[in-house]
Design a protein around this ligand. Structure first.
Ligand SMILES: CC(C)(COP(=O)(O)OP(=O)(O)OC[C@H]1O[C@@H](n2cnc3c(N)ncnc32)[C@H](O)[C@@H]1OP(=O)(O)O)[C@@H](O)C(=O)NCCC(=O)NCCS
Length: 142
């Protein structure tokens, strides 16, 4: 059974192994937990049979007007059964009352997010791939 929770208090890094599929320089499970801890709101999908987190979504926010959804991922073997949509719907409920809820996605996911109530828009982004894993570079290594 899949259980949805917005509490991360009892979550350990070992429950978070296996995310950031395809990222060349992914955050570790420990860093993943720090990302969740630093977020404004988080929703996790947990497989109650294994205790593993099988999907997650997070939002960062000023808590007044705007929220941004940086990450949504469902483990490959759990995809296509509505877990991603359910995670977003739970998060939208937690963010109700905010004026702006934004995210950036590939064009191929526009229809997916449109079904969930988002509207396509242009975005501008900056990425520093040296720190994609969430760790500052060692200044001594420069
Ligand atoms: C996007 C993602 C979270 C969807 O999770 P999910 O649990 O499979 O989503 P749902 O079951 O609610 O919806 C599945 C639908 O998502 C859409 N979808 C998912 N991935 C897609 C992709 N790469 N291209 C186009 N559509 C996609 C399809 O419409 C699919 O419908 P189908 O089951 O009829 O094929 C999941 O594919 C994932 O983790 N992908 C890798 C990370 C990623 O791209 N995250 C989004 C960042 S903006």
């Amino acid at each position: 059974m899949i259980q949805y929770t917005c509490s991360i208090e009892a979550i350990t890094p070992s429950q978070l192994e296996g995310f950031f599929e395809g990222w060349p320089n992914p955050p570790s499970a420990r860093t993943h937990l720090r990302i969740l801890q630093g977020s404004y709101r988080v929703v996790l999908a947990v497989d109650t049979d294994t205790g593993q987190v099988v999907g997650f979504v997070n939002a960062i926010s000023d808590g007044v007007l705007a929220a941004y959804i940086p990450l949504l991922e469902v483990r490959p073997e759990y995809r296509g059964r509505g877990i991603g949509s359910e995670l977003v719907r739970h998060l939208q409920a937690l963010l109700a009352g905010l004026y702006m809820v934004d995210l950036v996605c590939d064009p191929k996911l526009e229809a997916y997010y449109t079904r969930l109530g988002f509207t396509p828009a242009r975005a501008m982004v900056q990425r520093d791939f040296k720190v994609q894993n969430g760790r500052m570079p060692d200044p001594k290594a420069r």
